[in-house]
Design a protein around this ligand. Structure first.
Ligand code: ZN
Ligand code: ZN
Ligand code: ZN
Ligand code: ZN
Ligand code: ZN
Ligand code: ZN
Length: 582
């Protein structure tokens, strides 16, 4: 770790932000026997400033008043998550009801069937007012555009046996069907056509008649009549999703198989995270897994970093075969012979020429590479050593961060698996052992959730550090310290949760002591939450407390300075902070 002299702390904002953390950092360095410059000023921290000391930091049994009340079948109770977006969670039935309200509203004004109203509303992106105005004012134009024909365009056949427009079957009249255009097809052909479209995705919502270049809409009435229950459900899901996509303030939970929708009330930063009832926590802006403290574009950058680094790997570890150009795993430029795994051509890795062009002395690997341009195969380029070294360094750095990212992700997944096990197996057992109302054990669920959330932040903090600019990397000692401390805290919380669960399941905790155990864990969960909130805040603001002054010669900090708070610098009227020590 670098010397603390590399930092300048602006006391005022630092105290606000870190309170306990900074004090710990100071003590930590003293414990390690590091010499601390006299210029350091120990920032006094009031007891109540220490994270978690305040009762208000600890949320217990919190109910989000904006969340619609759901019956008991819900997987988890709702907890107070530290989201700043105000949102409510709706189940599929609620979204269906909202959709039905729109359909009924339109049908009460415009003389259309339910199926026709759905086709019209889907066309106008579920905007009832617009659909109604367009229909009432320009019905003649709107009808062909949405595919609701006024009268059939196909020649009506009154024969008792009609041919199907797709297959060679000739069917009795009552076995063939048509939409508003009048093109007749047999039931099996219709069923196959619609089922395939449903399987293909949301395009089934704008499905047209199978007759070539016919624009008649195939509405939900045909779906209800012809396809399997499973396909009907899929069709409805597409319909509900199309409705949600049309509302800017709504999002379907992106977790696979989750049927909840989230509605935001618009106030709050759109880059915030939300947590669905299924416990999937995601970014409201990009709907990817929650990724604070990094922003959405950094997540994309991290994901594409893998391909950037695979190019670096090729550069650092392979040489293209001079004969067939296949990359051969061999350190380029390092003097030795290689044989191509594909064409079996033997070549010198330094110059690309065949071994026969080299003066081999004593042993095969001891030879003189003449690097004679005339012998170097055409197209064999000597890899720039400096470029290769850079690629190697960049790759090593990436690998170490990637490993940590993967490790923290597996800790997070483990925490969620623990929670699932606890909720489905251990919680019902505990209710029987302890004979207490289920709510009394919510604090354990909350502790589990907190652990998962902490690992999520730690995971993306590695990506945050990875993408720090060259200059910002000077902040790394403080960042690493924060990460280490946060990791210790979440491990401590995990240890306590595991131990308490074990004791409770063994029946080792008398009911009288449960209250104390509960209070202790609630407090530790609160302390952990506060600590992580502060860490997220510090990272989001990119640690403005740490400032670097490059000196002309070294561009590195030479001396620690602690700036006086503007308010306390009595003799300095200047608004710029004046150095306290020189
Ligand atoms: Zn047919
Ligand atoms: Zn048609
Ligand atoms: Zn969900
Ligand atoms: Zn995002
Ligand atoms: Zn080859
Ligand atoms: Zn050579």
């Amino acid at each position: 770790m670098s010397s603390p002299r590399q930092f300048i702390f602006k006391r005022k904002s630092l105290r606000k932000l870190f309170s306990g953390l900074f004090l710990d950092y100071h003590h930590h360095r003293q414990d390690k026997g590091d010499e601390i410059d006299d210029d350091w000023e120990l920032i006094e921290v009031q007891e109540e400033e220490f994270p978690g000391a305040g009762e208000e930091d600890i949320a217990v049994d919190g109910q989000d008043s904006d969340v619609i009340d759901f019956p008991d079948h819900l997987p988890f109770p709702s907890f107070n998550f530290p989201e700043t977006i105000k949102f409510k969670i709706l189940g599929k039935a609620d979204v269906r009801q909202l959709l039905e309200d729109k359909i009924s509203m339109l049908c009460s004004i415009v003389p259309l069937s339910r199926a026709q109203a759905i086709v019209l509303l889907h066309h106008f992106k579920w905007d009832v007012d617009r659909a109604q105005d367009e229909w009432l004012e320009r019905e003649k134009k709107v009808r062909p555009a949405v595919g609701l024909f006024e009268r059939p365009v196909a020649v009506t056949s009154y024969a008792s046996v009609r041919p199907c427009g797709i297959c060679p079957e000739k069917l009795p009249g009552n076995m063939s069907l048509a939409v508003s255009c009048g093109h007749q097809f047999c039931r099996p052909c219709w069923t196959e056509y619609i089922s395939k479209a449903i399987g293909d995705g949301p395009r089934c919502l704008a499905l047209r008649c199978p007759s070539p270049s016919c624009g008649a809409a195939v509405g939900p009435d045909m779906v209800d009549l012809l396809v399997s229950e499973k396909d009907k459900e899929k069709f409805e899901n597409h319909l509900l999703k199309s409705y949600l996509i049309s509302c800017e303030e709504a999002k379907w939970c992106p977790a696979p198989g989750c049927e909840y929708a989230l509605f935001s009330f618009g106030d709050g930063d759109s880059s915030n995270n939300v947590t669905c009832r299924c416990l999937y926590r995601f970014c409201w802006k990009c709907t990817k897994e929650a990724h604070s403290p990094v922003d959405c574009s950094t997540v994309d950058k991290w994901m594409s970093e893998m391909s950037v680094q695979s190019e670096n790997w090729m550069l650092a570890n392979t040489t293209p075969c001079p004969n067939c150009k296949l990359p051969i795993e061999a350190i380029p430029g390092y003097k030795h012979f290689e044989q191509c795994t594909s064409c079996k051509y033997e070549f010198c890795c330094e110059c690309g020429a065949h071994p026969s062009n080299h003066m081999v002395t004593e042993q095969y690997w001891q030879y003189n590479c003449r690097l004679d341009n005339s012998l170097r195969p055409a197209g064999f380029h000597i890899v720039d050593g400096q470029k290769r070294e850079l690629a190697k360094k960049s790759l090593e750095r990436y690998n170490s961060y990637y490993q940590q990212w993967v490790t923290t992700e597996s800790c997070r997944t483990d925490a969620l698996t623990d929670l699932k096990l606890f909720h489905e197996v251990q919680l019902p057992m505990l209710r029987e052992i302890l004979m207490i109302p289920p709510k009394e054990l919510d604090f354990l669920v909350e502790a589990h959730l907190q652990i998962a959330e902490c690992w999520q932040l730690l995971k993306w903090a590695y990506v945050y550090v990875y993408f720090l600019s060259e200059e910002e990397r000077l902040k790394m000692p403080l960042l690493e310290f924060m990460q280490g401390q946060a990791e210790d805290l979440v491990k401590l919380l995990h240890k306590h949760v595991v131990e308490l669960k074990h004791s409770l399941l063994q029946g080792d905790v008398p009911i009288k002591r449960l209250k104390d155990c509960r209070n202790n864990l609630v407090q530790l969960t609160g302390v952990t939450r506060t600590h992580f909130d502060k860490m997220a805040m510090a990272l989001n603001s990119r640690l403005p407390e740490v400032v670097f002054i490059p000196t002309p010669s070294t561009r590195k900090m030479s001396r620690l300075k602690i700036w006086q708070e503007e308010s306390s610098s009595g003799d300095s009227p200047s608004p710029s902070p004046s150095p306290m020590f020189e």
